[in-house]
Ligand binder design. Structure first.
Ligand code: AMP
Length: 110
């Protein structure tokens, strides 16, 4: 099923894009919960983390390393940041195309 993130990948709707390569796209969250709040999404649609399989292992790792790279570039790596993936309703997932939230620039509670 197509989601709003597919439309961002295809440029049907605009987003504040921070980074792109052949595997992932990163853009600013429209409702930021921190001074730095980016979403890192695979170009390949995977609805939830439950739908990921061993074929996606390298892609998931690339998403994490992209988060670390973008945190450094945003100047929040040293202070620290949060990387989060929500899964299904109880996990707070709203958009069913997996994505990492990269949030930094403020302190989070443990
Ligand atoms: P989740 O609750 O983990 O599914 O997170 C979905 C995130 O997507 C939320 O933080 C939204 O603010 C964000 N979001 C939804 N639509 C857009 C959009 N058009 N551009 C950027 N971020 C969006």
């Amino acid at each position: 099923m197509s989601t709003i993130f597919d439309k961002i990948i295809s440029r049907e709707i605009p987003a504040d894009i921070i980074y792109e390569d052949e595997q992932v796209l990163a853009f600013k969250d429209i409702a930021p919960k921190a001074p730095v709040h980016y979403l890192i999404i695979p170009k390949q649609p995977i609805a939830t983390l439950n739908d990921a399989n061993p074929e996606h292992q390298a892609l998931l790792g690339h998403m994490m390393l992209t988060a670390a790279k973008l945190a450094k570039e945003a100047g929040v790596a040293e202070g620290g940041y949060r990387v989060q993936m929500n899964c299904n309703p109880d996990g707070g997932q709203v958009v069913y195309h997996i994505h990492l939230h990269l949030m930094g620039g403020r302190a989070f509670c443990a």
